[in-house]
Design a protein around this ligand. Structure first.
Ligand code: ADP
Length: 191
């Protein structure tokens, strides 16, 4: 069992690459953004709580995110491992994830960090905004806010995993298969 944190700024390609990784390795996808959007579309209380933060490009409070992830991990059986996508996004979330996985006896194997320059991120998200229907993809100010929030609140999470030797930086520019191969090489080189 391998547990992977797929990390990187908004627009880095986490969703696209997750899909391919799941197909190849049979991982369970745990994408907090997708889970929130599902709650939103179903009109749940959790969705209502998250909406105002998401629409402005801010982070949903840690407790809300952590409880949702806890529930998802505990309701998953017989998994080949998790791909955490868009989580953890703060150091307290990373600490909480370690505690949750400790209880299961399956720690994080590695963090894959997709490295993409900012102008490319803005292009990709604006393109996605034309078809994704996501309010947070359609406004340049909100896109910039998300990138700033990433730099300030989320980047320290990379340092957190670097301290235990789990950080692996992957160059995230090129064609989708090329980047996918880089990710697979890193995964296959772990036990
Ligand atoms: P992005 O393409 O911006 O990475 P996501 O789909 O991962 O998009 O997340 C969309 C929004 O959902 C974020 O801007 C944030 O408001 C909220 N969100 C998702 N995951 C988290 C998290 N782990 N912690 C706090 N907020 C989150």
């Amino acid at each position: 069992m391998k547990n992977i944190v797929l990390f990187g700024p908004p627009g880095a390609g986490k969703g696209t690459q997750s899909e391919k990784l799941i197909e190849k390795y049979n991982f369970t996808h745990l994408a907090t953004g997708d889970l929130f959007r599902m709650h939103l579309s179903e009109g749940t209380e959790l969705g209502k709580q998250a909406q105002k933060y998401m629409n402005e490009g801010h982070l949903v409070p840690d407790e809300v995110v952590i409880d949702m992830v806890d529930a998802k991990i505990n309701s998953t059986e017989n998994s080949a491992g998790f791909i955490f996508d868009g989580f953890p996004r703060t150091v307290p979330q990373a600490e909480a994830l370690d505690r949750l996985l400790d209880k299961k006896g399956t720690p994080i194997t590695l963090m894959l960090m997709l490295d993409v320059p900012e102008p490319e991120l803005i292009n990709r998200i604006s393109e996605r905004g034309k078809t994704s229907g996501r309010a947070d993809d359609q406004n340049i100010e909100k896109i910039r806010t998300r990138i700033r929030v990433y730099e300030k609140e989320t980047l320290p999470v990379a340092e957190y995993y670097n301290n235990t030797g789990k950080l692996n930086k992957i160059y995230g520019v090129g064609n989708i298969d090329e980047i996918f191969n880089r990710l697979c090489e890193a995964i296959d080189s772990t036990l």
